[in-house]
Design a protein around this ligand. Structure first.
Ligand code: PMP
Length: 330
């Protein structure tokens, strides 16, 4: 019989697939790594497994312990999934701007969700950060993973994502492209690929326009899960050769094209990474093998990127015709 002993054993070993339609005139082979095929639906299942394993080993998480983390997204799902299988309680803190569907996913896996007001300063006792710090102090046996600083995040990619890519490309990968959020994916995968190839593989980060990694001045952007306004400890700039800046409009257009032309339904940060990869690949020849990591699936964004009304509202729809423009100005 062929089966996994538990759902945790299905984390990782995600496949590569070639892009055939959105690539246009690009001569290089462009392969995408489908992280939405992880059991919790994103690359964050990898870090959750490693972070919890390490906390158990180091005695930071003991039988009956509680995981407390400010998160509303993929990291929460990964942590909730692993915690549930190992018998830990999870308390996640998220701001009230986070949609109900996202909170309900966390609850579905058995996590408790504490909602904090979005419109308070970070140092207010009511803020997302303050509340999670307080809960981590007050709950007996609490452990706070802190994905922005925890080195087990990049290590999980060093130990799994990097080797999978090296093996599946028959050691022929020449460029690796990933979006940068905490920086864990690019730093860990990048370090492995550089070491194993003797620095031959070029590591390229994709960043939303306005974020710190591409020197942005804090201009707001809508693509989720990537870009920062501070330097996290999970990011190691030594592993990154180049950062390519991508606008929301470019990211969302590519995200829709991936679903429509390649049959790959992914989130906005995946579209962003593909835009950066195609910009980098434009000057490469047919010997180049570019691997792009796509962190999560598109189902969490049906009300946004895949919703025409939302896209129009944010100015990403069709160009308005002249009469509409005049009406708006009046
Ligand atoms: N895309 C999405 C949707 C994410 O949730 C994340 C994680 N924040 C990333 C990209 C970036 O990954 P990392 O934190 O490893 O840089």
């Amino acid at each position: 019989m062929k089966y996994a002993a538990s759902v945790i054993d299905l984390v990782g070993d995600t496949p590569l697939v070639k892009l055939n339609h959105v690539t246009g005139d690009v001569k290089a082979t462009v392969l995408v790594k489908l992280e939405y095929l992880n059991p919790g639906g994103s690359s964050k299942d990898r870090i959750a497994t490693r972070i919890i394993d390490a906390a158990e080993r180091e005695g930071k998480l003991k039988r009956g312990g509680t995981i407390v983390e400010p998160t509303s997204g993929n990291t929460g799902v990964g942590l909730a999934l692993v915690a549930q299988q190992r018998g830990y309680r999870c308390v996640f803190v998220c701001p009230d701007k986070v949609g109900e569907d996202k909170r309900n996913v966390l609850k579905a896996y058995g996590a408790e969700v504490v909602v904090t007001p979005t419109s308070v300063a970070p140092d207010s006792p009511e803020s997302y950060y303050s509340v999670s710090d307080r809960l981590a102090r007050e709950i007996p046996g609490a452990f706070k993973p802190n994905q922005y600083e925890n080195q087990n995040g990049p290590l999980s990619h060093y130990e799994t994502t990097g080797p999978e890519i090296w093996r599946d490309t028959d050691e022929r990968i020449t460029h690796f492209v990933a979006g940068v959020g905490t920086g864990g994916t690019i730093s860990g995968t990048g370090r492995y690929l550089k070491e194993v190839s003797g620095n031959r593989v070029r590591i390229i980060g994709a960043d939303p326009e306005g974020s710190i990694y591409s020197g942005g001045g804090g201009r707001p952007y809508l693509v989720e899960g990537v870009g920062e306004d501070f330097w996290p400890g999970a990011y190691d700039p030594k592993q990154v050769d180049e950062i390519i800046e991508v606008t929301d409009a470019e990211s969302f257009d590519m995200t829709r094209r991936l679903a429509l032309e390649e049959g790959i339904l992914v989130g906005g940060s995946s579209g962003m990474a593909v835009v950066a990869a195609l910009k980098a690949a434009a000057s490469l020849d047919e010997d180049a093998v570019v691997v792009v990591l796509l962190p999560d699936g598109g189902r969490g964004y049906l009300g946004k990127i895949f919703n025409d009304t939302w896209m129009d509202h944010h100015g990403f729809g069709e160009e308005p015709d002249e009469s509409e423009v005049l009406t708006v100005r009046d």
